[in-house]
Design a protein around this ligand. Structure first.
Ligand code: ATP
Length: 232
């Protein structure tokens, strides 16, 4: 299987503190990858480095064989990013966000975006600030998918949702992955929450990758991480 993401010696330093260091990863194309770790582990830093939203202090990133920075423009065109606080601009109507997305992204699929919003039962004229947290997360996902990305990165997409909204969000995400064969990288504090949906696991703590690999073999080896409600 070819690699969607390869990092070599990747690191990010803020003043004298390394938020992430010596990160060597190979994430297979078509995989659903869970990035787990406690608060301050370096998850957001890693995701932002992969998305080109931060410049590395050390090392390199390549996405689908294109190395950053030389290949980043092309690679970014194939990347959907849902930020931790899914900044769906709350004062805008859903229709206005769709219009904005279409004007910013050449590969934008307006029919797909409208169909997804319609399936969710969300009126296009609704202001996003009036939607529930679960609906806002679903709109953010629909906007990211309308870019037709090959790699979808989601930073703690379900952290602020109630259990029902979490389950619904993960169901929609997994149905999309099954339909479209995307590579997905999503972060969480909680291994147990994602172990059913992911096939690859990366554990970070203290700015370092502690474990990475196929989820079944890792969880067999580290079953202690997966007790009820366990975090890492
Ligand atoms: P959380 O689960 O709380 O979102 P995280 O695993 O995403 O945490 P990061 O946000 O990547 O962790 O932060 C890793 C470390 O880098 C933390 O110690 C954080 O305080 C520090 N850090 C992150 N962004 C900055 C910044 N812009 N300036 C200074 N330090 C930062």
């Amino acid at each position: 299987m070819s690699a969607a993401v390869v990092t070599r010696g990747l690191g990010k330093r803020y003043r004298s503190t390394w938020a992430l260091r010596d990160c060597d990863l190979v994430l297979p194309a078509g995989a659903v990858v869970a990035l787990v770790g406690p608060n301050g582990a370096g998850k957001t830093t890693l995701l932002q480095l992969l998305a080109g939203l931060q410049q590395p202090s050390a090392g390199s990133v390549s996405l689908f064989g294109l190395s950053a920075p030389a290949g980043s423009a092309q690679a970014l065109g194939e990347l959907g990013y849902v930020a931790q606080d899914h900044p769906v601009y709350r004062r805008f109507r859903v229709s206005e966000l769709l219009h904005l997305g279409r004007s910013l992204n050449p590969a934008w699929d307006q029919d797909l975006a409208e169909r997804r919003i319609d399936e969710l039962g969300i009126p296009l004229r609704q202001r996003t600030g009036r939607l529930s947290g679960g609906q806002q997360a679903q709109v953010a996902l629909a906007l990211a998918l309308a870019k037709r990305p090959r790699l979808l990165i989601l930073d703690e997409p379900v952290a602020s949702l109630d259990p029902l909204a979490r389950r619904e969000f993960l169901q929609v995400l997994m149905a999309t992955v099954a339909d479209e064969g995307l590579t997905v990288l999503l972060s969480s504090h909680n291994v147990a929450e994602l172990e059913r949906v992911c096939d690859h696991l990366v554990v970070v703590a203290g700015g370092r990758v502690q474990l990475a690999g196929d989820v079944d073999s890792l969880l067999d080896e580290h079953r202690v991480l997966t007790g009820p409600g366990a975090g890492v």
